[in-house]
Design a binder for this molecule. Structure first.
Ligand SMILES: C[S@@+](CC[C@H](N)C(=O)[O-])C[C@H]1O[C@@H](n2cnc3c(N)ncnc32)[C@H](O)[C@@H]1O
Ligand SMILES: [Zn+2]
Length: 298
């Protein structure tokens, strides 16, 4: 791909087994779903899950006609296919979020959960999302917040060098960033999204508490106080719902994929290949076993 921004590569990763399956994160999973249901329009035409991984949240999208699971990792998308390919509403697309393989103005809802922390250039990603979103599209973003109580405590006790109050993102591990909520709102606005409602989640992300208190109780408590995110954000996880305000048109009916290199709209695949008809480009993209692969041209 042409984009020089580094990407956190999950190809071949055991993300699901290592992070979710019996890993004591049922509380986080359920609290995130509560927030998502509160912020995401329940029905719509075409939804984009940005960095969908193995499709953990796919069962939240039942009100949509078409759901694109987009991720850089082919292997995670293949896992998603294992449990979702029976449902023809799902489209599985591999690619880089800095160069999305879609025509302008396509999606009426965009969802991004637990992935922004891998964005070395979040403003570039927001601009790309604004391009593929329809006018007035809803963008529900969850991000890892640096402005959280634990970070404040550690900073106060001098056990952490970076300040949770500094608006700039902090890269605490290679290609893992935490963001300040005010910085996120600024960058969203600069990209054409009007940031609106904010919810805080994972108020009780503390292993001993999660062991002691039944998950259902923690989720109910979390759910009851998520709305305080409108006034202050002190949790490690924050949701914000934005609306696209830039004036551009919706994609023409039938238009869907575009060459990620030159943006020329692509037609139907022939013998497993999508060909860019722009003579100056001519790149060819693979479609194999239901996976549209835009990571590298053939
Ligand atoms: C921590 S996982 C989260 C997966 C899913 N959203 C969830 O909540 O279960 C982060 C995902 O972001 C994807 N990702 C990271 N950088 C990307 C990029 N530049 N373009 C597309 N996907 C990317 C990874 O492949 C990975 O699947
Ligand atoms: Zn092209």
């Amino acid at each position: 791909m042409t984009n020089p921004t580094p990407v956190c590569d999950y190809e071949g990763s055991d993300y699901r087994a290592r992070f979710w399956d019996n890993q004591g994160r049922d509380y986080e999973d359920q609290a995130e779903r509560v927030a998502l249901r509160r912020l995401m329009p329940p029905h719509g035409d075409t939804l984009l899950d940005v960095g969908a991984g193995f499709g953990r949240l796919a069962d939240e999208y039942h009100g949509y006609e078409r759901v694109v699971l987009f991720d850089y990792s082919r292997s995670l998308l293949r896992e998603a296919q294992e449990h979702l390919s029976g449902d023809s509403r799902f489209v599985f697309v591999a690619g880089n979020w800095y160069d999305m393989p879609f025509v302008d103005g396509l999606f009426d809802t965009l969802v991004q959960v637990r992935t922004l922390h891998h964005a070395a250039d979040a403003p570039a990603l927001f601009r790309e999302l604004a391009r593929v979103a329809r006018p007035q599209a809803a963008y529900v973003l969850e991000f890892a917040s640096k402005h959280n109580l634990k970070a404040m405590l550690r900073y106060g006790l001098r056990r952490q060098a970076w300040s949770p109050f500094d608006p700039e993102p902090v890269e605490f591990v290679d290609l893992n960033f935490d963001f300040h909520p005010a910085w996120i709102r600024d960058k969203l606005a600069a990209s054409g999204f009007a940031p609106g409602r904010m919810l805080t989640t994972s108020h009780f992300r503390f292993a001993p508490l999660k062991r002691l208190v039944p998950t259902g109780w923690l989720v109910s408590l979390d759910s009851a106080i998520q709305r305080t995110g409108a006034w202050w954000q002190l949790t490690p996880s924050v949701f914000v719902r934005s609306t696209l305000t830039t004036a551009h048109t919706s994609a023409p009916v039938g238009a869907f994929f575009a060459c990620p290199t030159c943006r020329t709209p692509l037609g139907e695949p022939e013998q497993g290949v999508l060909v860019c008809v722009n003579p100056a480009c001519g790149r060819r993209w693979c479609v194999e076993n239901g996976l549209y692969d835009f990571k590298e041209p053939l």
